[in-house]
Design a protein around this ligand. Sequence first.
Ligand code: SF4
Length: 288
Amino acid sequence: MKAIEIEAKSALHKLKRRGLPYKYDLNIYRGCSHGCKYCYGESSHKYLGNTDFNKEIYVKSNIIEVLERELYSSKWKGDIINIGGVCDSYQSIENNYKLMRDILKLMIKYKNPIIISTKSNLILRDLDLIDELAKHTYVNIALCITSSNDDVSKKVEPGASLPVERFRALSEISKTKANTALHMMPILPFLADDEDTLETLVKWAKESEVDYMLTGMLYLTGGIKKRYLSFIKEDYPKYYVPYCRLYPKGGADKDYKSKIHGFLAEMRKKYNVNNNYSKALPKKTTNI
Ligand code: SF4
């Protein structure tokens, strides 16, 4: 993996999309070494030219000073910031740069609410700062977990922490005042959509004491479809044709989706895990 340091002109990016519990994104890295086969972030990298999204990681080396300037500005109204919405802030390069520690210290200084979602248990390194920030303001930490099976995880998300490590991270963070969530996204047809796997994930979410869980189906649009299907052809050849049938377009077949969502609703009821993220949100800070 190659780190390429760049200077950021701004840190906070205002989102055009409505219906989200936050208006601003903050990404400290461009590129992501988790290497998820279904990665949707790669398209955001294209403007940087012909680079390898998983191996060339752009580091916004001046992000702390730029962010502090923006948080200090009288124009900033303390909205929720979604940290790492495009590229995981706790990917392996963060072991060296440790930018997230300084980001969290700034959030504590300005008591600014945040949302983080990650696939890495490196987030536990910053548990002390998450705990401190959550005493002052809204903090929501989501671990994105798509399978309970290590072999599937190692193939589909080779650079991410193993599922059980991610659940352990959730359990630890749940002991703080931060809200925690399981993001079961994307649900992976044939690889991790059987009833045992789905039930295990909901059960582990309960045991990790998450405040809520969200689920989402795999979408195969644009370049993602070609890339993902060639991975399936190579690593899971018996599912290649079934995948092509299930995905005549970008979304999975309607009956399949309602079967999966129906089963997950049953499991949420059985284990008493809700899917209502808005309950924990602070008032007047969303753009919903
Ligand atoms: S964690 Fe997100 S950005 Fe990183 S490779 Fe996976 S899907 Fe892409």
